[in-house]
Design a protein around this ligand. Structure first.
Ligand code: MG
Length: 273
């Protein structure tokens, strides 16, 4: 079995300091936590940015600031992935504005579903626009799968040349309004993936450890971080570091080596640094 890629999602769009004071909100804190987690074994970071009031923003300057803060850690070669998620902007031009910063990767949901209190709207025009921007700047999409139809949509985009193979999928489980966090759901998605693709899971809620372990055993990768879970366990607040460390420890226990960023770059067929 290949090495395990641990992705860190430190901030997200939803968590607040009230929910968990450890959530990094400004570019310096986001970069500092990414660096600490990279030293523990995170190979990829999935970045969301916030404005001065702590609200989600896709603003290109906010994203640039986060990447520049990360640049200050000269030894850190973590793979950088920016979010194009729909909560931070209204139009698809706004959502995709940071792709011009040419990060290694950007998230791309290839269809629509629901978040707990609103729609997760990604109509075909939006998806094609974002995929086109990623292609233009040499950014590899991480296909965010909130519904099984999004796998098939990605395959069609690959067939039409809008996305290049091999694709990388993040199976998002436990988002209320989208796919439930159940083992049988994970197995179904896993069996539906196109051959030759890489994949991982991002699990929201108390099942996140169990389902991450199943993904690891199937050869998949894992994402952890306060974006997905502000609790480490029942009643215990998490930090990004404790969430990463737990995955590293589980990987050790089941005999799966953790990939460095350099190794992850190769596994994900990313351009060389
Ligand atoms: Mg995200």
């Amino acid at each position: 079995m290949g090495k395990l890629i641990i992705t860190l999602a430190p901030t997200g769009n939803v968590p607040t300091k009230e929910m968990n004071p450890n959530v990094p909100m400004n570019p310096a804190d986001i970069a500092a936590q990414i660096y600490e987690c990279w030293k523990e074994g995170a190979a990829v970071c999935h970045i969301h940015t916030r404005d001065k009031d702590g609200l989600p923003t896709s603003d290109v300057e906010a994203n640039r600031a986060a990447l520049e803060e990360l640049d200050k850690y000269k030894d850190c070669d973590i793979i950088r992935q920016l979010s194009t998620g729909g909560r931070a902007s209204k139009t698809y031009h706004e959502r995709g504005q940071m792709i011009c910063l040419a990060p290694d990767m950007a998230s791309l949901a290839t269809g629509s579903s629901n978040f707990p209190t609103r729609a997760n709207l990604n109509d075909p025009e939006t998806v094609s626009y974002l995929a086109g921007e990623m292609k233009k700047y040499g950014v590899k999409p991480e296909i965010e799968v909130f519904d099984s139809a999004m796998i098939d949509a990605a395959v069609r985009l690959c067939e039409s040349g809008e996305i290049s193979a091999p694709m990388h999928f993040n199976l998002v489980l436990g988002m209320k309004g989208s796919l439930p966090a159940r083992a049988k759901t994970l197995f179904y998605l896993y069996e539906s993936l196109p051959p030759g693709s890489t994949w991982g899971v991002s699990v929201i809620g108390k099942e996140h450890v169990d389902l991450s372990v199943i993904a690891m055993a199937l050869g998949g990768h894992v994402r952890v971080g306060l974006e997905d879970n502000v609790y480490y366990s029942r009643g215990v607040l998490a930090t990004n570091i404790t969430l990463v460390k737990r995955m590293v420890n589980i990987a050790k226990a089941i005999g799966r080596d953790v990939a460095t960023s350099t190794e992850a770059r190769e596994i994900l067929s990313l351009r060389k640094k």
